[in-house]
Design a protein around this ligand. Sequence first.
Ligand code: XIL
Length: 308
Amino acid sequence: MGAAVAIAPLRNDPSYGQVLAREFTMVTAENAMKFGPIHPERARYAFTDADAIVDFAQANGMKIRGHALVWHQQVPSWLTDGGFSRDELLTILRDHIMTVAGRFSGKIAAWDVVNEAVEDPSRGGGLRRTVWSNTLGPQYLDMTFRWAREADPQARLFYNEYGGEGLGPKSDAVYALVRESVGRGVPVQGVGLQMHLNLDSPPNVQGIAANIQRLTALGLEVQITELDVRIREPITGDKLAAQARVYRDVAQACMAVQKCAAIILWGFTDRHSWIPGFFPGFGGGSIFDAAYQPKPAYLSLAQALGGR
Ligand code: XIL
């Protein structure tokens, strides 16, 4: 059971680290290991924040998920505006993976090697057009996984995606992508289902369970990597109760499958949450409130996990 960690509250808000260490056994870096933050100039890496999260996890006996080696967002402008050739970009990407995954080699339980490479069905589907796919072609996926394996022989290597949690065209595309990758001998070992949910449109849990089943039937591990359930303001008792049921349902769907091995919350307290900034009019997505008090979702989640 894990949570994404933001560096500012980890440094500045003592309660944040206390609750994190008390309640969770795994952390992931909300931003600190992404390409832009960790590799801000071509010849300079910035490891301070990522190191602080790794140190915190190790000091508290927690596992660590690395997030994410290749993504189309939070990419530095030196890279997107660099006008690099295919060969140059291959060199840059390999160096990045070797340096970042190499630095934390042996410390990371699972890496999100590739994040969100599949385009939304509403935008035509297929492989998302990004700085990576446009310049390197679709082969960049296999290369990325192979370099990650070389840089960190121990981490479990994940493909991570949003909006493909239940059954549908996007999860079909993710399923096909990882099945074909496994068939080619690419070292992908797991699929991360992000699970950023909106209480206005609760998920079909049977679909999620079926998708987890078919992915694990490929021999892959599944993790729920970025669970949150945002609520449209105003937040009422009824909505908090409904939110609790969604957290419970998702946890039960994961718990029912042995190879669904982890659930990571994308933030654990409404005090420090990406939701209000990214989804105006929404909030309250976490299991702890802004005063670090457990919400109904905390209890329902704990019950689904077999605890208190
Ligand atoms: C988000 C962070 O929570 C924000 O702080 C940041 O400004 C943007 O990215 N999918 C992902 C995560 O894989 O990395 C994103 O995290 C949320 C969506």
